[in-house]
Design a binder for this molecule. Structure first.
Ligand code: NDP
Ligand SMILES: O=C(O)C1=N[C@H](C(=O)O)C[C@H](O)C1
Length: 269
């Protein structure tokens, strides 16, 4: 049987916390090859010249269209910010490059729009609010638990450099819970906040609380309250390596998809 060629991957956001971790993972995986990086600075430089990155010869492009037309990668990985991520994803669709998007902050309307465009082109892609397998399991377990415990509050805790709140993971967890939970406004019917924000953000009557502190990486607790009992589901990413099993899995899976999947839970067996 013919040996499969490595999957050619372009990474947007190579200097970032997640982009750099992804490049280190790709460099150590014989089944992948770094085709290029996309960064709004450092145009024309080599990835290996960036601090903390492995000695790779792949070129950095400021213009993603140039990157796609010259390097013809199979897959784009994006860990940037919502504005750049949307531009990059749109460009990937135009060039027929399979997007694997980890960047958080996409709305459901954005996702639906990309799903339509990609279904029309039969292009595979993945948007995953969280690539850590344990975090995905907490989402699935939360969806199960909410059938029996409609009173739920989510506490997400992250490093203090994180720009968006609530986390994409917390929003996706709430969306999955909504599928099984009877709609309910929680807390006392006549509760009032004497300090604005004290009860957190409201999704369908559920509450999400966002903690930002140095020392944290990415953590989430989902608390379910019942008569005389409390169920707590918790996941901790202690290192960004925790996301790489899911990123590697997504790169391989996306090669055989023909539509855009939103959430790793939809492709984990
Ligand atoms: N799905 C998942 O499992 C995970 C998702 N995330 C999400 O990934 C995203 C990135 O997180 P993180 O790595 O911590 O953030 P960082 O801020 O560390 O990295 C983002 C990088 O993107 C760069 N960037 C900005 N604009 C562009 C552009 N137009 N083209 C290319 N690069 C650009 C930034 O450069 P500069 O600083 O110069 O602007 C920066 O180097 C966030 O949305 C976060 O929520 C994070 C962890 C896990
Ligand atoms: O910014 C982060 O760090 C993370 N962002 C993602 C999110 O918003 O859910 C995933 C993970 O929680 C880490």
């Amino acid at each position: 049987m013919a040996e499969e060629r490595p999957i050619r991957v372009a990474v947007a956001g190579p200097r970032g916390r997640m982009g750099s971790e992804t490049i280190r993972m790709i460099a150590s995986a014989p089944e992948f090859i770094l085709a290029a990086a996309v960064d709004h600075g450092h145009d024309g430089e080599r990835v290996g010249s960036l601090p903390g990155l492995p000695e790779l010869d792949a070129r950095i492009y400021a213009d993603i269209a140039d990157c796609f037309s010259v390097e013809e990668p199979d897959v784009l990985i994006d860990f940037t910010n919502p504005e750049a991520g949307k531009r990059n994803l749109q460009s990937a669709i135009e060039f027929g490059v399979r997007p694997v998007i980890g960047t958080s902050g996409f709305s459901n309307e954005d996702v639906a729009d990309y799903q339509k465009q990609m279904a029309d082109k039969k292009l595979g892609g993945i948007i995953a609010p969280n690539f850590a397998i344990g975090a995905v399991l907490v989402m699935k377990f939360s969806q199960m638990a909410a059938k029996y415990f409609p009173d739920v509050e989510i506490i997400e805790l992250h490093h203090d450099k994180k720009k968006d709140a609530p986390s994409g993971t917390a929003v996706k967890t709430a969306e999955l819970i909504e599928k099984t939970r009877q709609p309910k406004k929680q807390g006392a019917p006549d509760e009032r906040e004497t300090l604005k924000g004290a009860r957190g953000a409201d999704i369908d009557g559920m509450r999400i609380h966002s903690v930002r502190l140095p020392g944290l990486i990415a953590h989430q607790e989902v608390l379910f309250g019942g008569k005389g009992e409390l169920l707590t589901l918790r996941h901790d990413s202690m290192d960004r390596a925790s996301f790489m099993t899911g990123v590697g899995f997504a790169i391989k899976e996306v090669m055989s998809l023909d539509s855009l999947v939103y959430g790793l839970e939809n492709i984990l067996n």
